[in-house]
Design a protein around this ligand. Structure first.
Ligand code: PLP
Length: 729
């Protein structure tokens, strides 16, 4: 059934600013708690709790229903919980002892902080941070990666601090209409309680920075989020002294028009450097995570020329390059920010360009990949590559693809192999992504400090060998039950209408079975991710889903970019698959993909599927999260999986060679996908031995836990950045 794109007009606009006055007090509202629970306020003020299962459990156990209703936000929880409930908990000695115990652990952790002792040597810049759902400041992979980078930097005691923007409306929340069309809405974060504190100077005044735009000053205040030992500063233009338009500069993550994007990036890059100065911080390394923050290099150049009036811009570049490093995150030219030169020129005054001792043309050339092409727009990646001493991709393959992509910036080089772009493969934060039940297993087998062992691949592998089949399988079965309960709950609350789409059910109590092979697929909806590959041959797919002895069930989640109608149509097609088979009972789409949903999925499915068109997946990180929970990856050989796959710890779709013709490649990959499912995955999963468990499957799970956990941990990633990129070890 094809459905027209009728509901497009229902796309919701962001609420107007006028109806919502700025209420800064919202942020520092603290409720008076019973004396013996007061430490909960302090615990909630640092995101450390969110990567300790006991930290999460402390808040959840206050009132489990409320915890979900307030979307795992401890500050909202502490504000709204009933007095009776608080009183009950404060009279519960065991609960109070747990609060004291966790608080002591937190204090011990913080006491080792090197950042406090010495000024941070590394300033990390990123446009989004996915630390936890209760700080809605991310859209997807890039943000989660940045959040994991900070958490590992904290655990490893790296002297790093971070700078970003505080988006008042965050990223959009997703709903699917009865017609299967994605609808967006935005929540005003000022209505909730965020774990942020205002940044003030010694006199107690708000620290304010400003950048110029079209001749006027735009002001931004700073907020501090504490991520363990790491300070994350977020700039926010929502100030009464700014005009209405300027207050919205930090309104929406990846929303707004071109000029808004440029000004956002000026606030991040240039405002970020100015904030560092106001804080008295002079880092040795500026890490530009993606091109969004590349304007910081212009601010640093301006600073240099002010301090060295006799120097040239070339001298400034030399000095700035010494301090700046750049990480690129996308292998496609279109994925990089490129601004029309006219708009860009309007956003930089001739005074500023003059202070760099550049002409207008020389200035615009900084953002060009090919200097001989005067028609090229202003690219943030060329600017960053030019102005940084180091540039890297996020997997070995992505490094190679980036060297080819940017070869044109180096006319003296004939071969992309010599292009100075290296790679550091991404990783994910083990304590954040490994399920509590596996963490308990590790704590039992390895000891309470199990997460340090992740940094030693051989010792880790030996420790995982010590887990029994029963340990692994039972842990996995528990997580799968949790996932199924979550799916039933999430799909139940959806009001039913025509029941045309796969996520609308009258009665969800029978939905999904714990005994059925469950495949997860959750990622941004974009053409290159090939959401539709699975549906190449619907009959063949439904035959697997409907198989009486060995059926398969699927769970999907993901958002399409609000302006990407092609992607929304892909999503709508998925929703409309509604055959007279078991499809409705065995496939669900969970709306509004976020960190919490990701956690349930990567911990609870049996197989994690990924089918991007090669070589478009720079790295991918959700598969790493799955792997660390014994969920077997089933993926095209692209990004991280080329490095991770060893023929035992998961499954490959197709080989390493790619065909230039998309149609040929898609057909071949679809065939490989079906064959691997039919011949390998389904038979292995359902091959239950006399002991009642699938022995070969569990052996593969163990191999995934043993090999992939250390290799793709963000501790390994941050250690690589320290030694290979920051040059600090
Ligand atoms: C991990 C994660 C991502 C990134 O996953 P990819 O595999 O890189 O697509 C995106 N969104 C959320 C919520 C995540 O947790």
């Amino acid at each position: 059934m094809e459905i027209a794109e009728t509901s497009q007009s229902t796309m919701q606009a962001a609420p107007s600013l006028e109806t919502k006055p700025v209420n800064e007090n919202n942020f520092d509202h603290v409720r008076k708690l019973p004396g013996n629970l007061e430490k909960l306020n302090e615990i909630s003020a640092n995101f450390y709790w969110c990567w300790r299962p006991e930290g999460i459990a402390l808040f959840r156990d206050l009132d489990p229903d409320l915890w979900d209703r307030c979307e795992q936000n401890p500050r909202v929880m502490l504000k709204t919980i009933s007095g009776l409930r608080l009183w009950q908990r404060s009279a519960d000695n065991r609960y109070v002892a747990r609060v004291d115990g966790f608080y002591d652990e937190f204090c011990r952790y913080m006491a080792e902080s090197s950042e406090r002792a010495t000024p941070p040597a590394i300033a990390y810049f990123c446009a989004e941070y996915g630390v936890h759902n209760s700080l809605p400041n991310y859209s997807g992979g890039l943000g989660i990666l940045a959040g994991d980078h900070l958490k590992s930097a904290s655990d490893l005691n790296v002297p790093l601090m971070a700078i970003g923007l505080l988006y008042r409306f965050g990223y959009f929340r997703q709903q699917i209409s009865h017609e299967g069309w994605q609808k967006e809405s935005y929540n005003d974060i000022f209505e909730s309680e965020l774990a942020l504190t205002p940044v003030v100077d010694d006199a107690g005044e708000r620290v304010i920075v400003s950048v110029k735009i079209r001749g006027r000053a735009v002001f931004a205040q700073a907020w501090l989020a504490r991520v363990g030992r790491i300070s994350l500063y977020l700039l926010d233009t929502n100030l009464g002294r700014n005009s209405e338009v300027d207050r919205l500069i930090t309104g929406h993550l990846y929303g707004g028009d071109t000029e808004t994007r440029i000004v956002q990036e000026k606030v991040l890059g240039m405002g970020g450097v100015r904030l560092l100065r106001k804080l008295g911080i002079d880092p040795a390394v500026y890490h530009l995570n993606e091109g969004h923050a590349a304007f910081s290099t212009l601010e640093l150049s301006k600073e240099f020329l002010e301090a060295h009036p006799d120097s040239t811009f070339a001298d400034a570049v030399e000095a700035v390059r010494e301090k700046c490093v750049f990480t690129t995150h996308t292998p496609v030219a279109a994925g990089n920010d490129v601004f029309p030169t006219t708009t860009l020129s309007e956003c930089f005054s001739s005074e500023f360009i003059g202070s760099l001792k550049l002409t207008q043309n020389e200035f615009l050339a900084l953002g060009r990949a090919d200097l001989s092409d005067n028609t090229e727009g202003f690219g943030m990646s060329p600017l960053a590559i030019r102005m940084c001493r180091s540039a890297n991709g996020v997997s070995e393959k992505h490094g190679e693809v980036s060297r080819q992509l940017w070869l044109k910036m180096f006319p003296d080089l004939s071969d992309s192999g010599a292009v100075p772009i290296t790679s550091v493969t991404n990783g994910v934060h083990a304590p954040t992504w490994i399920a509590p039940i596996f963490q308990d297993l590790y704590a039992g087998h390895i000891g309470i400090d199990w997460s340090s062992l992740v940094r030693d691949p051989a010792a880790w592998a030996a420790a995982v060998e010590g887990l029994s089949d029963g340990d692994i399988w039972n842990a996995h079965r528990s997580l799968k039950s949790l996932l199924i309960a979550f799916i039933r709950e999430r799909t139940k609350t959806k009001d039913t209408g025509s029941k045309d789409t796969i996520n609308e059910h009258e009665d969800t109590r029978q939905l999904f079975s714990p005994d059925v092979l469950t495949i997860g697929f959750a990622r941004r909806v974009a053409a290159y991710k090939r959401w539709d590959l699975l549906f190449t041959d619907i009959e063949r797919l439904l035959k697997m889903v409907d198989d009486a002895e060995r059926p398969v069930q699927f769970v999907f989640a993901g958002k399409a970019h609000p302006q990407d109608n092609t992607a929304k149509t892909i999503l709508q097609k998925l929703m409309s698959i509604n055959h007279d088979s078991n499809w409705q009972r065995r496939a669900v789409f969970i709306e509004d993909y976020d960190q919490e949903i990701a956690r349930y999925l990567v911990q609870g499915v049996d197989v994690w599927m990924n089918v991007p068109r090669r070589p478009m997946e720079a790295s991918g990180t959700s598969g790493m999260k799955a792997a660390m929970n014994g969920v077997l990856n089933f993926s095209v050989l692209d990004g991280w999986w080329i490095e991770g796959y060893n023929e035992v710890n998961g499954f490959a779709i197709g080989g390493l060679d790619a065909d230039d013709d998309d149609a040929i490649m898609d057909a071949a990959d679809a065939e490989a996908l079906y064959q691997t499912l039919e011949k390998e995955i389904i038979p292995t999963y359902y091959d239950i031995g006399d002991n009642g468990v699938p022995t070969e499957w569990i052996a593969r799970m163990r191999d995934s836990l043993a090999t992939l956990t250390p290799q793709f941990s963000s501790d390994r990633m941050v250690a690589d950045y320290l030694s290979n990129i920051y040059n600090m070890t």
